[in-house]
Design a protein around this ligand. Structure first.
Ligand code: COA
Length: 155
């Protein structure tokens, strides 16, 4: 049976395995062990895993910067997709953000990701009025991608 649990630093290796199965959940320097543990510490109670027994089968991470919430790394193992696990993860994270007083949340998504329709079903809407501008502040290398070269357009 699938259940939702708080994400912990020890989940890192299983999460990387999950994220690396999808092109859509890109990993960057921020997903290294230190960046990951730091993010969990700063955003306690905002990051969740879906588990089936010992198996980690889904994830979502959110950050609260004191103004808006940001959702990252939503993923569900292909074998468990279409069974409401993504919805459960998003409902948990939205509830947690709301309980911290966060009025609005955003997420970044590639324009061709079919998950846009998933989010729409959950009440999210695609913005047509905002473009994202990015700048690499610290070049890093992680999982074979240099952020200050080809990786500049990764999240
Ligand atoms: C997006 C993702 C997390 C959805 O997970 P899931 O567990 O299959 O989703 P659920 O079963 O909870 O679906 C919830 C609802 O969305 C709908 N839905 C799910 N995927 C959909 C899709 N691709 N297109 C349209 N609707 C979709 C479901 O039919 C369901 O509708 P209902 O509850 O009204 O019946 C999963 O497809 C995934 O891991 N994708 C790859 C990673 C990814 O792209 N992540 C997003 C990065 S921004």
């Amino acid at each position: 049976m699938v259940s939702i649990k708080r994400m912990e630093p020890e989940d890192h290796p299983a999460l990387l395995r999950l994220w690396n199965r999808f092109e859509e959940t890109t990993t960057t320097g921020a997903d290294g062990p230190e960046g990951f543990a730091g993010f969990l510490g700063r955003n306690e109670g905002l990051c969740y895993c879906a588990v089936d027994g010992e198996d980690l089968i889904g994830s979502v991470m959110a950050g609260d910067d004191g103004r808006r919430g940001y959702v990252y790394h939503l993923a569900v193992d292909e074998r468990y997709q279409g069974r409401g696990v993504g919805r459960m993860l998003m409902e948990e994270v939205e509830k947690s953000l709301r309980s911290r007083g966060v009025e609005k949340a955003h997420l970044f998504i590639y324009g061709d990701n079919p998950a846009i329709d998933f989010y729409r079903r959950l009440g999210w809407h695609l913005r047509g009025d905002i473009e994202i501008m990015s700048k690499v502040l610290i070049g890093s290398e992680y999982m074979g991608t240099r952020l200050d070269e080809g990786g500049a357009d990764r999240e």
